[in-house]
Design a binder for this molecule. Structure first.
Ligand SMILES: NC(=O)c1ccc[n+]([C@@H]2O[C@H](COP(=O)([O-])OP(=O)(O)OC[C@H]3O[C@@H](n4cnc5c(N)ncnc54)[C@H](OP(=O)(O)O)[C@@H]3O)[C@@H](O)[C@H]2O)c1
Length: 293
């Protein structure tokens, strides 16, 4: 998302450096969407992965209309998803997508019929290897797992939003549905680097403009202060936040955004870290004691 400018302006050279650093470190899962910059991120990734396609499990998404009169709407009709999937394949310069995700469908789509038949057909043709959903609510996550057709669910989960671990992860684990954790750093908040004044620079298309404002932002910053105990010499708060997500047994992969090589290296190093039982206990207490409100 960050590479298409959804977190403020980006330079391609920084994006390419971030992707190169990731591959260098052995990161082998990359998530994108045709919605990020209306195809921009996919095209950039397609260029960056030339000759290296086999090194990564490539996940993308479709269903959010980004151009034309329906911009901003969602569309999971067969005659929409079919063509946009072809466009994703072209932009990514590949003949197969490892994981194709419906990008935030509602309950009706999750439990519905036709688009799933299309995904199954594309799988048989070899254009996609697996398919799943990216979900917004607990109810959608539970429905996708119960429905049984999704190989994976992509869900926001982090130190400040632990509800999925209570309600979605257990059934996902039982059903062997892969869990992709998104927004593990709460869009940068869980690095500990943001201050109240930062809200002024989050404007327009910046994803933080909506949520990082007013009282809500103030409360979230207060919660981050209470998590500072997780910082250690040699372990940043961001790394602890990622390690927290990775540590849950239901979690298959965590997808922090990384703006540049430096962020990617810091984030990837979290894969070698483990939080202690005491730390996990304190995190649970914070969640039950007020974070969840
Ligand atoms: N509906 C969906 O399907 C959906 C929704 C959201 C996200 N996603 C997926 O999940 C991915 C991750 O989510 P996200 O990018 O929204 O949230 P995130 O991973 O929690 O936060 C990423 C942002 O935090 C900052 N950051 C990252 N690592 C850092 C570090 N080591 N030190 C300091 N700052 C750091 C960067 O922004 P700054 O440098 O600007 O601070 C970066 O863009 C997205 O790229 C996308 O693939 C999917």
């Amino acid at each position: 998302m960050v590479h298409a400018g959804h977190f403020g302006p980006m330079k391609d050279e920084e994006s390419l450096e971030a992707i190169a650093a990731a591959l260098d470190l052995g990161v082998n899962f990359i998530d994108t969407s045709d919605a990020y910059g209306a195809g921009y991120s996919e095209a950039l990734l397609g260029e960056a992965l030339k000759g290296k396609r086999d090194k990564v499990i490539l996940a993308t998404k479709g269903g959010n209309v980004m151009v034309g009169p329906n911009r901003g709407k969602r569309n999971f009709a067969v005659d929409y998803i079919g063509p946009v999937m072809e466009e994703s394949l072209k932009r990514l310069q590949t003949d197969y997508i490892d994981l194709y995700q419906l990008h935030n469908p509602n309950l009706e789509v999750i439990r519905g019929g036709e688009v799933w038949e299309l995904l199954e057909r594309r799988k048989k043709e070899g254009k996609i290897r697996h398919y799943g959903v990216s979900i917004n609510t607990i109810e959608e996550g539970v429905a996708a797992v119960q429905d049984g057709r999704s190989d994976t669910i992509q869900v926001e989960y982090n130190l400040l939003d632990q509800e999925p671990a209570e309600k979605v992860f257990p059934p996902a684990q039982r059903a062997n549905v892969g869990v992709i954790v998104r927004v593990p750093l709460r869009r940068g908040l869980l690095t500990g680097k943001l201050i109240l004044e930062d809200q002024q620079r989050f404007q327009g298309e910046d994803v933080r403009a909506r949520n990082f404002a007013g009282e809500i932002f103030k409360r979230e910053l207060e919660k981050v202060k209470q998590l500072r105990f997780l910082e250690r010499p040699g372990r940043s708060l961001a790394q602890a936040a990622i390690a927290f997500c990775l540590g849950h047994p239901a979690v298959s992969v965590v997808i922090p955004g990384g703006r540049n090589g430096h962020q990617v290296r810091e984030n990837a190093a979290a894969a070698d870290l483990k939080l202690s039982a005491d730390e996990l206990q304190q995190i649970t207490e914070l969640w039950r004691g007020g974070f969840s409100r």
